[in-house]
Design a protein around this ligand. Structure first.
Ligand code: ADP
Length: 575
């Protein structure tokens, strides 16, 4: 599989495994955090609801307590006259309205109601006996009784507070205040959490959920004292693990709540608060979505970066390949050029050789003729027995053959192909050798050579044959330029400065036309007649000198004539 395909597969795997994992972890964490904040919020609200309920109860507490000492109450119980009862009815009604209370009524010691705030309503308590009610019995027995109950006549649930009326150590009766919690419940209904207040039997008597009223806590609830016969349990299902969670069936829907309970001080009541868990679940879902999204984004981002990188690497590889190919071609072309150049050098050399051979033939013919003469003379002298003179002739012949050998040696060296190996070359001897090669020509053209060379060798980086070739070319051109000129002097001077050897080749010819100065070194540029010049000498020389790491430039001398400057890199003398 190719790398991008592998990357995509890996990304898909990470996505398939990583996204659900991240979602699950994030959901658990999100729910945990949300639950914790809901729990804290629940406890705060529980305290608020409890304070609210206690305020409601405290508000009425003092009323019966004060009223049992009311003179009208005591007098009526002592002597229940009809007028006094009517007046008491009105009084109780006014107080109950002002509180407001569900009912405020007065009973004698036998539990008969003598006066009541609801005296003029159909459900009036007047004349009824409530001796069976626990609050009455407790008030008679202990002075005070509290009880939560459903009104027997009104069927309205309420909280009864009963106080004993005593005069001169005699129990006269009981004053009862009944408070309903409709207003409180109405206020609570607006609140979002579900609230239920249970009594000591676990029975719900105040709640903001109407269907829960008068139901008991389910038997498994930690606050439930036990099941109560004839009373339905609340539709709560406790979570066996969570402990704090209940699921409630509502309109055939299940909802989960976080519960918190609080026992109310000095009472047997417990306040239960149920906070919806939905926000925690929503938070968990959000966190899961976010985490999955983040994983997807990361994977996609990573994939994109990886693909970009891969594309870049491919591009670089292509570029590298193209560069290598180019290098290869340049190398091939250079090699080919070099081969051609070598061929050209060789051709130029042969051409020069051709030019020179005429001069050389002349040069050799002279000693040959001389040798011939010397041998003829020697024969005659030998016949005459002049051995001494024969010896002189033979010495002359020997020196003449030495000279001829020197000429042919130079020619052999010149015709040899360049070795291509550079080493230390002595410029001074190269100049002498080149001059020797051209000696015949020099004499023919009657050229004076003015030398200004150092006495010791000057070593430069190069190759002797090729350096000679450059010099022969420069000297030949100078000779050509001076042909037919009145003054024919070749000035050669060699100077050395730090790291360089500078040879100037100056002639007394006509000089170089300004237009030609820029193209002297261009191959095949020549001003000579066809058959006389190829126009390759300077361009080849230029290439050779460049190979040596040097330069060659042309200029006109102020005193007339052309002046070529050859600058070469100096090097150590060979060991
Ligand atoms: P060729 O000698 O075959 O023409 P070169 O490359 O050696 O080729 O020289 C190119 C041209 O440069 C010559 O034809 C000539 O016009 C000019 N040239 C070279 N040397 C000199 C010189 N010393 N004085 C004047 N012109 C020169």
């Amino acid at each position: 599989m190719n790398p991008p395909g592998r990357m995509r597969l890996l990304a898909l795997l990470v996505l398939i495994l990583g996204a659900p994992l991240a979602a699950a972890v994030a959901a658990a964490w999100g729910e945990q955090v949300a639950r914790q904040s809901l729990r804290e919020e629940g406890h705060a609200q529980l305290a608020l609801f409890s304070a609210n309920l206690r305020t409601e109860l405290e508000k009425h507490r003092a009323v019966p307590f004060v009223m049992v000492h009311d003179r009208g109450v005591v007098e009526l119980l002592a002597d229940p006259q009809p007028d006094a009862r009517i007046a008491m009815n009105r009084k109780l009604e006014a107080i109950a309205d002002a509180l407001p209370a569900s009912a405020l009524y007065l009973m004698d010691a036998q539990g008969n109601t003598l006066a009541s705030s609801n005296w003029n309503r159909p459900d009036s308590f007047v004349g009824q006996n409530f001796a069976f009610r626990p609050y009455f019995q407790n008030a008679i027995a202990r002075g005070e009784g509290h009880h939560f109950a459903l009104g027997t006549t009104s069927l309205v649930p309420g909280y009864y507070t009963a106080h004993r009326v005593v005069a001169e150590n005699r129990t006269l009766g009981v004053l009862v205040l009944k408070v309903a919690f409709n207003a409180l419940e109405a206020g609570w209904r607006e609140a979002t959490p579900r609230v239920a207040v249970t009594d000591r039997d676990g029975l719900v008597f105040i709640t903001n959920v109407d269907s829960w009223r008068f139901h008991s806590l389910p038997a498994e609830h930690p606050d439930a004292p036990g099941t109560m016969p004839g009373i339905d349990p609340l539709p709560w299902r406790l979570d066996p693990h969570g402990g704090e969670v209940v699921t409630v069936e509502e309109n055939r829907q299940r909802r989960s709540y976080l519960t918190a309970s609080m026992a109310l001080p000095d009472g047997d009541w417990t306040l239960h608060l149920l906070t919806k868990l939905e926000p925690a679940y929503a938070r968990a879902r959000q966190a899961a979505l976010l985490a999955a999204g983040a994983v997807a984004l990361l994977v996609m981002g990573g994939l994109l970066i990886a693909q970009r990188r891969h594309a870049m690497q491919e591009r670089l590889a292509i570029q590298e390949e193209a560069r290598a190919e180019l290098e290869r071609r340049v190398a091939d072309a250079t090699a080919e050029l070099r081969a051609r150049e070598n061929e050209l050098v060789q051709a130029a050399k042969l051409a020069a050789l051709g030019q020179m051979s005429a001069g050389i033939a002349h040069e050799i013919n002279q000693p040959l003729a001389a040798i011939r003469t010397f041998t003829d003379n020697a024969t005659v002298l030998l016949e005459r027995g002049k051995a001494e003179m024969v010896r002189d002739n033979l010495l002359e012949i020997a020196s003449l053959t030495d000279r001829m050998a020197a000429i042919t040696r130079h020619l052999k060296g010149f015709a040899r192909r360049a070795s291509g190996r550079q080493s230390a070359v002595d410029v001074v001897s190269a100049v002498h050798q080149a001059l020797a090669l051209l000696e015949a020509r020099r004499r023919r053209d009657d050229v004076t050579v003015a030398l200004d060379l150092p006495g010791e060798p000057v070593w430069v980086n190069g190759e002797d044959v090729r350096l000679q070739q450059v010099l022969v070319n420069l000297f030949t051109n100078a000779g050509d330029a001076m042909r037919g000129r009145p003054e024919r002097t070749l000035h050669l001077s060699l100077r050395t400065d730090d790291g360089c050897a500078v040879l100037t080749v100056r002639d007394t010819g006509a000089g170089i036309a300004p237009d030609d100065l820029g193209r002297m070194f261009v191959p095949f540029f020549t001003t000579k007649e066809a058959g006389e010049g190829l126009g390759l000498g300077l361009s080849i020389s230029h290439g050779i000198v460049r190979d040596f790491g040097g330069t060659i430039t042309a200029a006109n001398h102020p005193d007339g004539g052309a002046c070529f400057t050859l600058t070469l890199k100096r090097t150590e003398a060979p060991a």
